[in-house]
Design a protein around this ligand. Structure first.
Ligand code: ATP
Ligand code: MG
Length: 171
């Protein structure tokens, strides 16, 4: 079984004369454990493809299957709990870090764990462990505005990894 299967995926932004076809009939299959890089010029649709697979950008047409569950088929499939799928199956690092500005680095990672019902003290130690493994042990209490661009992206990486337990050296 594939971890991710995409077929015939099309995303059109807008309508009529201003419509932009960002991706057209894309197909992609990713095996569990496989590392895939998507390359292409600016504006070629990479973010659109990844946000569609990440369940935060509704495709116009086509199918998306995540870990055997068909989540999109001509729009989101009905009866699929997208929020739960995002929480349990996906980690997403945004092009802009999208950290919550009024939470510290540590709290930005903790919140991803607490919404999955981890206790505050467990979340705190897991967040500390992850951030330390990304060389941010000295920046736990910094707000995003007091982090460098690369540090903020590493906090976003820690947040994306927070709920991942398989194959994660942090656990
Ligand atoms: N919300 C939107 N509304 C309208 N058009 C959009 C929207 N988002 C992206 N586009 C257009 O869709 C196309 C693909 O954009 P996308 O962001 O997926 O590109 P990208 O490959 O990630 O580019 P970059 O390398 O610059 O990040 C571009 O032409 C862009 O202008
Ligand atoms: Mg992009």
């Amino acid at each position: 079984m594939y971890a991710i299967e995409v077929d015939n995926l099309t995303k059109i932004y807008g309508k009529g004369e201003t419509a932009v076809t960002a991706i057209a009939e894309a197909a992609l299959q990713v095996k569990p454990g496989e590392l895939v890089a998507i390359l292409g010029p600016s504006g070629s649709g990479k973010t659109t493809l990844l946000t569609s697979i990440g369940l935060i950008n509704k495709p116009t047409h086509g199918t998306v299957v995540i870990d055997g569950t068909a989540v999109a088929d001509e729009g989101w499939k009905s009866g699929i709990d997208l929020k739960r799928m995002r929480q349990e199956k996906l980690g997403f690092i945004f092009q802009a870090h999208n950290l919550i500005p009024f939470l510290t680095a540590q709290e930005n990672v903790m919140i991803a764990l607490e919404i999955n019902n981890m206790t505050k003290s467990e979340a705190k130690s897991r967040a500390t462990e992850l951030l330390t493994s990304l060389n941010l042990g000295h920046r736990l209490g910094n707000y995003p505005s007091a982090l460098s661009g690369g540090e903020a992206q590493r906090v976003a990486i820690a947040r994306a990894l927070a709920n991942q337990t398989q194959g994660d050296p942090g656990r």
